[in-house]
Design a protein around this ligand. Sequence first.
Ligand code: 2IT
Length: 444
Amino acid sequence: MKVDKLMAEIEAKHAGEPEYLQAVKEVLVTVEEEYNKHPEFENHRIAERIVEPDRIFTFKVTWVDDNGVPQVNLGYRVQYNNAIGPYKGGIRFHPSVNLSILKFLGFEQTFKNSLTTLPMGGAKGGSDFNPKGKSDAEVMRFCQAFMLELWRHIGPETDVPAGDIGTGAREIGFMYGMYRKLAQENTGVFTGKGMTYGGSLIRPEATGYGAVYFLVNMLKDAGDSLKGKTVAISGFGNVAWGAASKATELGAKVVTISGPDGYIYDPAGLDADKIAYMLELRASNNDVVEPYAKRFAGSKFFAAKKPWEQKVDIAMPCATQNELGGEDAKTLIANGVKVVAEVSNMGCTPEAIDAFIHAKIAYGPGKAVNAGGVATSGLEMSQNSQKLNWTAEEVDAKLHQIMDSIHAACLEYGREGGYINYMKGANIAGFMKVARSMVEQGVI
Ligand code: 2IT
């Protein structure tokens, strides 16, 4: 494989899909050398085949708002690759959703799911629907209309969706309910389900907890620990909540959270009350963090700014793609950041990643750091198949073990002298399993 030549072909075919091209390039560049040691990959044209999704469904979602006015949204499911297991990945409801974003997410999901050690292929779906400011009844009607189309394409051994940005327990409940009615079965399609109908303990916390388990391993590699470290977190949703809870429990001081309106700097650090308040802010559906500063003395709100300008030991982007750019990276490095654990999918831009790697700062990419979410989805699927529920301790122990094994896989392929290039390690480890599986199964 010659990345430049292949990228030129993909760019010509998919011009206008910047996030997709960004994700593909990052993976191809980092796996090129290892790939070219395996002539069977080239013989099977694995690179050309792996960058294209197996299929994409796009559909119109029509629903009626509380004023009786019909509304139209776009719905998608990108089934990327099922070589190692059924398609698996979240559903994003956000006004920014388009095909480029869902293709990048589905592509990343394929390698992330491979890293989890569980048998799950990659997929992603979503809609440009914005749940913010909608009533519960509107969200329900939208979710039901979305499922009227999607239900045909999913199933417990076919494709198992889950949550993502804008899709939490409420949305999953409405979608699962409609699926169950249309399919006339109750087989656990969807993960992140409520605890009364097949959900798994620890799934809500899993992405954030898993990220902190991975972070602790990164620090250990450098002969360090989390105790007493200051952490900048972005976002204030489910993922930020899990990360803030576990990091605080393990003795770190989380000094920032952020929303679309700006960020909060709280030098005293988050505690249980503040973390609970973060959930209240999220539930209020207003998409703002500013009220935190009025509620907790000593904290400060910075409008329309990102938390990366604060001096911290650890940065954990937990919001969305490309939320930490080259300039942010330079500021963090100048301020002495030790570790960057990316929890959002593709949270750092290529310029930011280059800057961290150049400065030999440990940078953990999203597909490794945030894999605990989908890994625990895999554990939810296992429990559903067995018709059993595991205890929180059992699920947490398995999650911890999976994060340790992902970290070990990154080390296997990521060592560059004394520096560990986690991005390279994660990309190669995730890629190898899918590629080998495609070779063994023939050209299909
Ligand atoms: O990005 C992700 O890994 C998720 N949104 C979770 C996917 C899943 O199937 O649990």
